[in-house]
Design a protein around this ligand. Structure first.
Ligand code: C5P
Length: 233
């Protein structure tokens, strides 16, 4: 079981190529971290098996970051299949038909469906290149969040810079806001563009922060995680 003292507001993204390396990092973090995100990069490297092992044998909570997007019928079937694993959070893109289908697929389970608003690594120039309609980034994120909540999403993924605006939406009451794009002061930004520090993200209304490279690539992942946790407390 997770250590009752562990602060599950911190979710560590195990962005490493395979389950062996992921397990090594999780073991080095020990009881400091109780919530892990497993994503597409590990899908072919035993990601689902690791999700199971961390859950069943180590008592960790699991966020499977699949960012599903397809026709409704396919999304529903995919989520129904994934619901057989004991997962806590699953991501889909925040389009209405996708969120509705995912909620159907997860019906009768405790799996929470989180909708991606707009990736935190994108800025307005990237949206232009992707032919996404004009409008300020925050305005588009808030609109997508409201639509995803209306479609039944249990929460949304957004930049910490947009968390405050999402929290102010009446639709967000009782729903989760999970923010990647979190960088402790002084750490490498990498490809993220709409970032904030861990404490700013929580102050802006995030329920959970997702941190990858600043922890998994640190010389001492456990020290990096502990520094973030002490910043939060
Ligand atoms: O290494 P870093 O802290 O940037 O990792 C952030 C994680 O959050 C990555 O696994 C990335 O796929 C994920 N993510 C994101 N932006 C989103 C949704 C998920 O960066 N909108």
């Amino acid at each position: 079981m997770p250590n009752a003292q562990t602060d599950d507001r911190l979710i560590v993204a195990l962005d490493v190529p395979n389950a062996l390396k992921g397990l090594e990092i999780a073991e080095s973090l020990g009881s400091a971290v109780s919530f892990y995100k497993i994503g597409l990069g590990m899908l072919t490297g035993g990601g689902l098996a690791l999700a199971n092992e961390l859950k069943q044998e180590h008592g960790k909570r699991i966020f499977l970051d699949m960012k599903l997007f397809d026709i409704g019928n396919t999304v529903e079937n995919a989520v129904r299949g994934l619901s057989q694993f004991d997962l806590d959070f699953l991501t889909v893109h925040g389009d209405t038909h996708v969120v509705r289908a995912a909620k159907e697929g997860a019906a009768g389970t405790d799996l929470k469906i989180l909708a991606v608003t707009i990736l935190t690594s994108l800025n307005r120039a990237d949206l232009d290149a992707g032919l996404i309609r004009n409008g300020d980034m925050e305005e588009l994120v808030l609109e997508r969040a409201a639509k995803a909540f209306d479609a039944g999403a249990d929460g949304v993924i957004a930049s910490p810079q947009e968390a405050r605006g999402i929290r102010a939406l009446s639709e967000s009451k009782g729903r989760l806001i999970v923010t990647p794009g979190v960088r402790p002061t002084g750490s490498d930004v990498g490809d993220q563009k709409r970032i904030a520090t861990p404490s700013q993200a929580i102050a802006n209304g995030a329920d959970h922060i997702v941190v990858g490279r600043p922890i998994v690539k640190a010389p001492s992942p456990v020290e990096a995680a502990q520094a973030i946790l002490s910043e939060l407390s």
